[in-house]
Design a protein around this ligand. Structure first.
Ligand code: NI
Length: 189
């Protein structure tokens, strides 16, 4: 596995750029970037990572697939998506806790669509598509936002719902029970 890359922190201008299409999946540089992103996500114990977070302004994201009861797992191969596009459910958004590897130590309650459909290219360039809900849908929205230069606080409608990680329990207590989920959310993405 390649060495993890340094993760850009909020304030770096690359995090505010709209990323370019991922380009030819056969490009060796792109494949090396994807491997490095997977290593970086693993090293940082993140649930997802977008290429701009490692300084490459291209439309590529990686995320851990979440299985039964929305629990993250490393037992299943991570998802690698090039040029992902989301179709949100159009329903009123739901609040949930988010963190970001580019914004260490902060958590926030962020409104997001609860369900969505996505399409993208896999790492070989083949079209793939799927549906997601709950935490997986939230991570997809968070990572695709990174490709458009949007960080999670920019999606928040109430900055009173921002907290340091050690205070995130107070945020959880504000959520209706069904949204609290079985595991402490707010893990870095
Ligand atoms: Ni993030």
């Amino acid at each position: 596995m390649p060495e993890p890359l340094p993760i850009l922190r909020i304030g770096h201008p690359v995090l505010l750029q709209r990323a370019l299409p991922a380009g030819d999946a056969g490009d060796l540089g792109l494949q090396e970037l994807l491997e490095a992103m997977l290593a970086t996500m693993h090293d940082a114990s993140g649930l997802g990572l977008a290429a701009p977070q490692v300084g490459r302004s291209v439309r590529a994201i990686v995320l851990l697939p979440l299985i039964a009861r929305d629990q993250p797992t490393e037992e299943v191969a991570p998802l690698v998506l090039l040029d992902p596009e989301l179709e949100l459910d159009g329903l009123p958004p739901v609040l949930g806790v988010e963190g970001c590897l580019s914004i260490p130590e902060l958590r926030g309650l962020v409104p997001r669509a609860r369900t969505l459909r996505w399409r993208a290219r896999d790492r070989a360039g083949r079209p793939i598509a799927g549906a997601a809900e709950g935490l997986t849908a939230r991570i997809l929205q968070h990572e695709v936002d990174h490709l458009d230069g949007i960080l999670f606080p920019m999606r928040m409608t109430d900055l009173a719902l921002l907290a340091t990680a050690d205070q995130a329990a107070h945020l959880l207590a504000l959520l209706p029970p069904p949204e609290r989920g079985p595991a402490p959310p707010g893990m870095p993405e």
